[in-house]
Design a protein around this ligand. Structure first.
Ligand code: GDP
Ligand code: MN
Length: 383
């Protein structure tokens, strides 16, 4: 999960990394007041979950509170790089002498954290890596020990910084590593780390991405993670505790298990069909899971005329067939939509039988063979 700039800066602050004085606002009037309370020139920064805002016009300097208000009014509600701007960060403007880059991420090759610094800040590091690779210095970090002071100094000194700036930048890098580690981040970046004309070092931007697999360790962030998923149906899927992937064809697919879902997609493909989306609910199917999953695909079908058929596959090893059938029917009775339903019920022999008995006469086309079920779904979709 990506964090907003102001959220990352809040974490930086907790770890002693200097950040500009700033206030988050969502109206023009609040922006004006923020500029008044900061009491000098400010930068008005659109808060979106993507970088490169500077170039796209999402970062503007305001000389006066009145101007901050005007800029805020222009930016709020604006669409910037595919994101709607709902919040702004109004910050004291820094007088920039120099901009450098520092970041911590995971090195794909070694699987270890890697600390990276570059004298070329303010530009995306990917771009620097292409155009000026010689300006980048990096060092793998042993996660047992963390980033040690001398390692940080060694690394930062490769940017030709000396004296107080070197000491200050090195200690910021150590703290940045601690932020990275404490929040289980995949990437933690300060770009640019500004050296002001008075010689202060300040983190002018933050880019932080938390590894979604560790969100359970950060319950306060886990709560907001789902709301941040951009795509409506993906978000609905996550709310249902499942994984939804949109695919663009006309067969909506659900299966309890990612491998199972992928195999179904593969077979649909092989039979000349086109999956419209798939929903993977995870292994154990409860009544609730079944209801939420089928309900989601029914709602999708209701709102998207491209979907011609829903194919549900349940493999019941531990999942009780009564719960599976009940959840299925609860969804069908709740979300009324005229769409053909094909279901493949597999798993333990007694479970298959029981589920088919329970669903008989409901209008759902029931199959024991995966191939036959897929054939039927593809046939309906091709009509
Ligand atoms: P990004 O484009 O989304 O990465 O947004 P940044 O926050 O990194 O800002 C982009 C650029 O705007 C920076 O590299 C700076 O050159 C400039 N900028 C940001 N904040 C300030 C500031 O306080 N003062 C000045 N003079 N420039 C700033
Ligand atoms: Mn930046």
């Amino acid at each position: 999960m990506r964090l907003y700039e102001y959220e990352g800066k809040e974490m930086f602050k907790q770890y002693g990394i200097p950040v500009p004085r700033g206030i988050v606002v969502n109206t023009g009037e609040q922006a004006r007041q923020a500029a008044v309370s900061i009491g000098k020139q400010v930068v008005v920064k659109s808060q979106i979950l993507g970088g490169g805002r500077g170039k796209a016009g999402g970062i503007r300097v305001a000389e006066t509170p009145k101007e901050a208000e005007e800029i805020a009014q222009q930016q709020l509600g604006m669409e910037l790089m595919g994101y709607k701007v709902n919040e702004l960060l109004v910050e004291e403007k820094l007088d920039i002498e120099n901009e450098i880059y520092m970041g911590v991420t995971i090195d794909d090759v070694s699987g270890m954290p890697i600390a990276i610094v570059s004298a070329k800040g303010g530009i995306a590091i990917e771009e620097v890596a292409r155009e000026n690779p010689e300006s980048i210095a990096s060092s793998l970090v042993d996660p047992m020990y963390g980033l040690r002071g001398y390692e940080a100094i060694n690394l930062v000194s490769q940017t030709r910084m000396t004296g107080k700036a070197l000491a200050s930048a090195s200690s910021i890098l150590c703290q940045l590593y601690k932020v990275f580690e404490s929040y289980d981040m995949r990437i933690t970046e300060i770009n640019p780390l500004v050296i002001t004309t008075e010689g202060r070092l300040v983190a002018a931007d933050s880019r932080c991405e938390i590894d979604d697999h560790s969100l359970f360790r950060h319950p306060e962030l886990e709560k907001v993670a789902v709301d941040r998923i951009q795509d409506f149906w993906e978000r609905e899927g996550a709310k249902a505790g499942a994984n939804y992937v949109g695919l663009g064809g006309n067969i909506a697919v659900m299966a309890n298990g990612a491998g199972l879902a992928m195999s179904l997609l593969d077979m649909i493909d092989y039979k000349g069909g086109h999956a419209g989306c798939f929903l993977e609910t995870g292994g154990g199917l409860s009544r609730e899971r079944m209801k939420k999953g089928v309900g989601l695909l029914l709602r999708k079908a209701k709102s998207d005329p491209r979907i011609k058929v829903i194919l549900v596959m349940a493999r019941m090893m531990m999942s009780p067939p009564d719960a599976v059938a009940e959840g299925f029917m609860e969804a069908v009775n709740e979300v009324k939509v005229a769409i053909p339903l094909v279901a493949v019920m597999r798993g333990r022999e007694s479970y298959q039988k029981r589920a088919r008995e329970l669903l008989k006469g409901t209008g759902i086309k029931l199959y024991l063979s995966v191939e036959e079920g897929v054939n039927e779904a593809v046939r309906i979709a091709a009509k």
